[in-house]
Design a protein around this ligand. Structure first.
Ligand code: EPZ
Length: 463
């Protein structure tokens, strides 16, 4: 297992290119199961999640090759296989994206229910509601969803849930509906750019879809889809993360290959706190001089602030003057990063689906633990701004969704090293504090009341 050692305090400067979007690449790769023939995908990021899905696709009778050019070439060789095993699905929730394409193209899907997740409850009831509305027989047995249909029939389905629409749910229902007899309308469809990218991929294979990017999709079913070529959109979440890295370190960074039209809410929010952002086509220059201002931020469905950047924004807001409130309306429990940020000296209080973030003059380096993909990114950002050295452990979370992040940060002057997570690699500044209360240590003479108060507080903090 690897960890990052980060020395904070240096402004990030220079230029870096944003990779392809993880959350577009995964549903597009899954939808390649629908093609008669070969799909060639460009700008697919080199991520652990992409490799996990490639393994799952190969178990579903599809060959996945990464060419020298970086293109991913996906060809279905055996369309009889329909079981997505728990062993693969447990590694990555997004494996659920094979459900719709398998049902649509092969008439049967047996997909392990995705496991638990550190960011909160992740049901798939809306996925199943949409597929059942298309005429599939759905049952859950022994931890698997089994969906079967001789022929899907077009229908009208509403996909709204208590937290808005569902991104991968919309992907699944759309990927099945393209094969349904007649016309399907999906109301309360997700509008995220990644859903649009999938829709455009399906259209390039021969599907008939209108309304992409709006909550109302209309799909005219077809008999078959052909192989195609497609370029994955840039990763707006990685772009936002790198912009916040520039901001938190008071740097000056130019990002290449950014679809700023996918990031309006994020750009507006960063400008609101005083970050200077200049846009020239797909070039975005991000500068930040202190002091930055506090603000309130609410994570909402697109085009609102993405829930996938609220942890990173929380790290940034922990270093600005004033009090900010960060609310997550999509994943109300997505605050695993807060306890680790507190260890770095941040002043944050949880109130339900809110984090109340007060100003901290300076974060201090510490040894912290990553818990999920975006929380890990938040800890890296905080470490880049903190005094001294930090260790961020369990960075396999980061490897799932950020392509060569440490290389990009090093390219910008960040002092980030990837090492094995072994005691000898922990910087001396972060070695365990010596226990100086040995028998021969002369202790300061506390009055009884202070000694009692200290003992009491130590016990309470241990509880
Ligand atoms: C996608 O997850 C993204 N993952 C997530 O990014 C992202 O945070 C999320 O959309 C929200 O934007 C991929 O695209 C691979 P949802 P998804 O279904 O589709 C509730 C990252 O860090 N819901 O849009 O699983 C659900 O509990 C990842 O890259 C239901 O109630 O999310 C949540 O509160 C993390 N019933 C809300 O809807 C359902 O059937 C949004 O979930 C489905 C979802």
């Amino acid at each position: 297992m690897d960890m990052f050692i980060i020395r904070g305090g240096r402004p990030l400067t220079g230029e870096v290119t944003v990779s392809g979007s993880k959350n577009a690449a995964l549903p597009v790769m899954a939808a390649a199961l629908s093609a008669n023939g070969t799909c060639r995908l460009r700008n697919v990021p080199d991520l652990a999640d992409v490799r996990t899905l490639s393994t799952l696709l190969s178990e579903l009778g599809t060959s996945v090759m990464r060419e020298e050019s970086g293109e991913l070439v996906i060809t279905t060789e055996d369309a009889s296989r329909c079981v997505a095993e728990y062993e693969q699905v447990r590694r990555m929730r997004a494996s659920i994206c094979v459900l719709g394409p398998l049902l649509g193209r092969r008439g049967r899907a047996c997909v392990s229910l995705p496991g638990g997740c550190n960011i909160g409850h992740r049901p798939i009831d809306l996925h199943l509601k949409g597929l059942a509305a298309l005429g599939a027989n759905i049952r859950v047995e022994r931890g698997y969803v089994v969906a079967e249909a001789d022929r899907l029939r077009g229908t009208n389905v509403y996909l709204g849930g208590p937290f808005g629409s569902t991104v991968t749910g919309t992907c699944n229902v759309m990927s099945a509906a393209v094969f349904a007899e007649g016309t399907t309308t999906i109301e309360a469809a997700a509008c995220e750019p990644e859903v649009v990218d999938l829709g455009e991929f399906l259209i390039s294979m021969g599907a008939h879809i209108t309304g992409l990017g709006t909550p109302f999709l209309k799909i005219q079913g077809v008999e078959r889809l052909e192989g195609t070529e497609h370029t994955i959109i840039p990763d707006r979440i990685e772009a936002a993360t790198l912009m916040m890295a520039a901001a938190i370190t008071s740097g000056d960074v130019t990002l290449h290959g950014v679809r700023v039209d996918h990031m309006t809410a994020v750009v507006e929010k960063l400008r609101e706190i005083g970050v200077i952002i200049n846009v020239d086509g797909q070039l975005v220059r991000v500068r930040s001089e202190r002091p930055l201002r506090s603000t309130d931020c609410i994570a909402l469905p697109y085009p609102g602030i993405p829930t996938d950047v609220q942890a990173q924004l929380t790290s940034l807001l922990a270093t600005v003057d004033g009090i900010s409130i960060v609310t997550d309306k999509i994943f109300p429990d997505r605050f695993m990063h807060v306890s680790e940020l507190l260890r770095m000296g941040a002043s944050i209080r949880r109130e339900g689906n809110n984090a109340i973030v007060s100003h901290t003059s300076r974060l201090s380096g510490a040894s912290v633990m990553a818990s999920d993909l975006r929380a890990s990114a938040a800890l890296v950002l905080a470490a880049l701004a903190a005094d001294g050295e930090s260790v961020v452990r369990r960075i396999y979370h980061l490897d799932r969704g950020y392509e060569h992040l440490e290389t990009k940060l090093q390219q910008l002057g960040g002092e980030v090293r990837r090492v094995r997570d072994e005691p000898q690699n922990v910087p001396t500044s972060l070695q365990p504090i010596e226990d100086d209360t040995g028998p021969n240590i002369q202790r300061p003479h506390f009055t009884r009341s202070i000694a009692v108060r200290r003992a009491t507080s130590d016990e309470s903090s241990a509880s």
